[in-house]
Design a protein around this ligand. Sequence first.
Ligand SMILES: NC(=O)c1ccc[n+]([C@@H]2O[C@H](COP(=O)([O-])OP(=O)(O)OC[C@H]3O[C@@H](n4cnc5c(N)ncnc54)[C@H](OP(=O)(O)O)[C@@H]3O)[C@@H](O)[C@H]2O)c1
Length: 262
Amino acid sequence: MSQTARPLALVTGASSGIGRELAKEAANHGYDLLIAADQPEIEAAATELRALNVNVDALQVDLSTTEGVDRLLAALRGREVEALFANAGIGLGHAFLDQEFEKVRKVVDTNVTGTIYLVQKVGQAMRARNAGRILITGSIAGFMPGSFQAVYNGTKAFLNSFSWAIRNELKETKITVTCLMPGVTETEFFERGELMDTSVGQSKKDDPAEVAKTGFEALMRGDGDVVYGLKNKLQSAMANVLPAAVTAQMHRGMAEPGSGKE
Ligand SMILES: NC(=O)c1ccc[n+]([C@@H]2O[C@H](COP(=O)([O-])OP(=O)(O)OC[C@H]3O[C@@H](n4cnc5c(N)ncnc54)[C@H](OP(=O)(O)O)[C@@H]3O)[C@@H](O)[C@H]2O)c1
């Protein structure tokens, strides 16, 4: 990894979707990149990002494990992370009792355990030099009980809450923590999460580039959170006032297998 005068952004889940677009935003704003994902496609993302004339290092690593996160930290080779995008995450549809527990565990380990371990390690280094920006990809899904995606929504409720909590803990420092809360976005998420036969899987979705732009700008401003788009803002405002039984039923309508047209 060559040293440059450019600041470094670390982006997880950068091989596709929102993370790939967050990495593009960072590169377009003059950041060198360390990007990570679990599958070999991360190399194709790196090749694309190098065309933006920044240094890009890529690591294929399973971030659901602490060993994987340690490998990512080692790949920093002592460089300071100016901006951390803790974005890697996976969904999982179907009724909880019908899900394979290994897949359930992977959702929790990726979205929660791996994410907070990475945030803690990078955050400690940021605190030591009193500088840095952290973006955590939560979700508006965290505002409602996720019938037929119960564990995923729980992980996102965790991240939404966690993000605000550590932001408060760091309020006397120059480190900012921003929670990006996308709504339904056109990525590989629904295919991977076995949600394609659902109403939400079949619905019109937001552009990941627009979502990432909104998130990047919020990070640069140091905002506490950001929801992309008016429809999503309305949906989260409603979810915050409606009874949980009502929002759980609404979520059933979106995520129950067979609720989509296909
Ligand atoms: N799409 C939506 O509607 C939506 C809405 C709200 C929030 N979000 C959140 O946005 C984030 C990005 O998702 P996306 O929608 O962009 O979906 P995506 O296209 O499926 O991207 C997910 C990224 O996370 C990586 N990843 C997953 N598990 C990993 C693991 N164990 N180790 C390392 N990397 C891993 C994937 O890499 P590999 O392919 O290599 O595994 C991929 O790069 C997630 O946190 C998701 O929960 C998405």
